[in-house]
Write a protein that binds this ligand. Structure first.
Ligand SMILES: CC(C)(COP(=O)(O)OP(=O)(O)OC[C@H]1O[C@@H](n2cnc3c(N)ncnc32)[C@H](O)[C@@H]1OP(=O)(O)O)[C@@H](O)C(=O)NCCC(=O)NCCS
Length: 241
């Protein structure tokens, strides 16, 4: 992955320079205020119908819960039969941001996805557990049929901190991106850091901090995460926490 270096200003929300985007922004504010809290299937039907006017895409039979916090809505794409449960925040305000939720994928309640100018893409039938947080501006790509358990976090960025005389917040970012390949199970409370690829069919144990890529079909645990076995084989190393 080639690292991108960005200034702190690169992530500021743009002024709406086209009337279409400005109109969609207004529509999203008005319609989410009007219909965002209506419960049950009536609320979901009204939201599905009315939010189409300002979202990038709302596919067939998409489930939209209550209290959604949506920003940069024309860059959010929800494919057929995907589900976004109550209280989810999807923030695509920064330039070049994009969030794509694949068919039958689920965002459980109170998830926070902030693309910060990158692309967060979640594959078909993947389920993301409650209170998971993800942030760009590196791209985050999650494959098909994955499970990301509650309270995990994926941050595809690191602040530059080399100059102690300048506040860290003003020194910009370096970002490489995160990839989780198909059929992975990420346990509860896992932290995945920038530049990591989790190989196809891998498992990451609860509470792990993943600082380096994990090869396909591994079971990895610990801080920092180490491969303790390969799926379908006996354990290779004893793990000391
Ligand atoms: C990683 C995991 C799948 C391994 O399960 P398992 O194959 O049954 O492994 P075992 O329980 O036999 O443990 C094997 C060794 O790894 C250690 N280990 C297991 N999980 C660990 C973890 N999350 N962190 C650190 N060490 C762990 C065990 O202590 C044991 O060490 P030992 O051999 O020195 O005694 C499981 O422990 C786990 O973390 N599951 C995630 C559960 C979860 O978050 N669910 C959320 C809902 S989807």
């Amino acid at each position: 992955m080639t690292p991108k270096i960005l200034s702190s200003d690169a992530l500021k929300a743009p002024k709406h320079n086209s009337s279409d985007v400005a109109w969609k922004h207004k529509a999203s504010q008005l319609l989410t205020a009007a219909f965002g809290a209506i419960p049950l299937s009536l609320g979901r039907k009204i939201r599905r119908w009315s939010y189409r006017s300002f979202m990038g895409q709302i596919g067939k039979d998409v489930f939209l819960g209550t209290g959604l916090d949506l920003m940069g809505t024309d860059r959010i794409f929800l494919k057929d039969n995907s589900m976004v449960l109550n209280g989810v925040r999807l923030n695509c305000r920064a330039p070049n941001s994009r969030i794509v939720l694949g068919p039958y994928a689920t965002l459980e309640r109170d998830i926070c996805l902030v693309s910060f100018g990158g692309c967060i893409e979640i594959g078909e039938k993947t389920g993301i557990g409650p209170f998971v947080c993800m942030g760009g501006p590196g791209d985050i790509t999650i494959g098909k049929n994955c499970l990301i358990a509650s309270h995990s976090s994926l941050y595809a960025n690191n602040h530059i901190y080399s100059d102690p005389s300048i506040p860290i917040i003003e020194q910009g970012y370096i970002c490489k991106g995160i990839v989780i390949e198909d059929d992975c199970w990420i346990g509860s409370g896992v932290r995945i850091l920038d530049g990591v690829t989790i190989g196809h069919g891998s498992i990451v144990g609860a509470g792990a901090v993943v600082t380096k890529s994990i090869p396909p079909y591994s079971v990895a645990v610990g801080v920092p995460a180490k491969v303790m076995s390969k799926r379908g084989q006996e354990p290779q190393v004893s793990v000391v926490s």
